[in-house]
Structure formats: structure tokens, C-alpha cells
Write a protein that binds this ligand. Sequence first.
Ligand SMILES: Cc1ncc(COP(=O)(O)O)c(C=O)c1O
Length: 357
Amino acid sequence: MQPSWLEINLAALDHNLKLLRGLSPKAQTIAVIKADAYGHGAAALSKRLRLRGVERFAVATSAEALALRGSGLQEPVLQLGSLHPDDAADAAAARVTPTLVTREAAAAFAAALPGGRVQIKVDSGMGRVGVPPAELAPFVEFVEGLGLEVEAVYTHFAVADEDPLYTQKQLEAFLGAAASLPRRYPLHAANSAGVLSGIGADLDFVRLGIALYGLSPDMKSSERLRPILSWKARPTLVKRLAPGHSIGYGRSYITKKEEWIATLPFGYADGFRRSFSNNAYLRWEADYVAVVGRVSMDQTTVRLPRRASLSDVFEVVSADYDERTSLTARARQAGTIHYELATSLGKRLPRRYLEEE
Ligand SMILES: Cc1ncc(COP(=O)(O)O)c(C=O)c1O
């Protein structure tokens, strides 16, 4: 059994789903499980979400969708991002619903899958992917002229976690564009932050990513959401070192007195940043223990207040909003966001799924 692993609490996932559905009761949920469900494991999470009645999923690439098809996922899968014409055949093979915003991609997809289903994205102010609102109607006409079926039209918010005024303006621009169409298409706009702030949550679908995993989009702690992931490890070596002993590459830490040092079997290859060297804490029983020395590729060393045993469990990431050990705190410490930290959790860390609390 590998001594460093992730635990994913499926009961907490249920809790978050229920909460978010309660905030968007009119909408159908699209669970965003790209990047291996933000590092949590898309196959296992999609299975649980299906059991809880989720009927739609979204990924970023056709390869992600194909892998999920291999794991038994039959439900509709929306491929976010603008389809590239070169990806049309793979998208068709993976049975995804691609997002179209260019005529080239529309033509390529119509050739790869005549009569296929697609969605169209509008750029209402994100400036990344989408057709301009004024061009939506002619674009939909073009796509349908190719024989494709437009399943829904959607947009994406840029600052739903911080600027409700701008987000509301985006929503209005999107609804205005949708009103220019000759008929009513299913519509969606809200991501997690949209649902949590109530903007766009009453359209036909909502696209939920980060909040399903219990993380608050604005990086604040949440009373309502429950983080579903923790990262644990057992030491592979616990030793008492004499004063003046150096620890790790670069000799960046030298013991000041006799000290208990534990070596833990994870490093930056697992997603524990090198910048945490001499600059982070893990949880061990009731204590925080300091990382000492450099974090290396596969090993991290911590200073203990007393001897530990090899069967003790250290928490590298805690499933809460702890100010030192939560994923959110670690992200802040690393100068990034929890989305990035979660998606860079090492593939080699085993994921263990806990069914119950
Ligand atoms: C188009 C689109 N919709 C929805 C989401 C989900 O966002 P969140 O994880 O903030 O809920 C993403 C994530 O990046 C996205 O790109």
C-alpha cells in the first residue's frame, strides 16, 4: 500500500451537489469534470454524480471524453472550449457535444458527424471563446444550414466571484443575443460562482466545477461547501538528529539542537510545491509540523515535537478551510489558486474514495 495518497469523500460531494442544486432548482446540472475532475478523479466522481441524478457532464478535450466513455459514462458530454477543425473526428468518435464558435470547426464537425449535436458559445465579455453577440443569429443559421442540431447556446462569466455588476451585464448581453434568435434555445451561463451568487442560476443548465469539489471560487472559506479532498502520508523514516545536521538538497536547513525529523514519501512531482521548502506546515495529530529543508521530487522532511511511528498519518492537505493546511491555504501560499493546485496533484498519488462520512 503506497504511503502517500488522496482521500476523496463522496458523501461530501453529495452534500455540495445538494446545496448547489438547491441554489439552482430550475436548472439541470452539468458537472464539469475536465482535468480529471480538477484532480479528484473523473471516472469515480462521474459515477457517483450519476447515482445522484446528474445527467450531463463537461470536459475540455475529446481525449478526456474518450477515457470517460471507456469508464462507462454514457451521458451527454459537452466539450468546453472552441472546437478545432483538426479535432472534429476525435470529438465525433468520443461522442461529445462540441462547442462551436468558428465556421471552419462547424464545417469539419458536420463532415465528421452529419446531423451531430453541438452547442454554440457567445462571448458576452470574457474575451476568450465565443461568437460576438451580434453575430450569434447568422452563426446559428450557418450551423443549422450544415444540418447540425444546436442543442444549446451558452456563455461564460469572467468575474462572477468578484464583480456582480459586470456579471449581470454579461448575462444581459447574452440574453439579448439569445433574444435575436428565431426560436428559443436552451441557455446556460452560470459556473459555480454564478450559482453561488445567484446570477444566471435560473437558466436551463448550470455548469458546476470547483464548488462541487467543496472549494469556494473566491478562495474564501465557506460555511456552506465542504472540501472533498484530503492528502495523507505516512513517514518512511523517523530519526533523531544531532545538532548541526543538514537536511536535504542545498543544505537549506541545519538542525539547531537534537531534533526529530520525519521523511515523507511525496514531493514536488506529486504537486507539493518546491516553494513550500522551509515554508509550510503539515498536520500530525493535534500539531502542525514544519517542513524543514528543501522539498525534493519525491521526498519531504518535517520537524517533529516528539517521536512519530511509521504508521502515523500526516495530513498534507486537510479537507477543510484550515488556514495552514487546506488546499485553499496552500494555493494562497503558493501564490496561485486552488484550481491550479488541485489540477496539479500528481497522477501517481492513489485516489481512495470514501463512500460514507
Ligand atoms: C466554460 C466553463 N464553464 C464552467 C466552468 C466551471 O467553472 P467553476 O469550476 O468555476 O465552476 C469552467 C471552468 O473553467 C469553464 O471553462
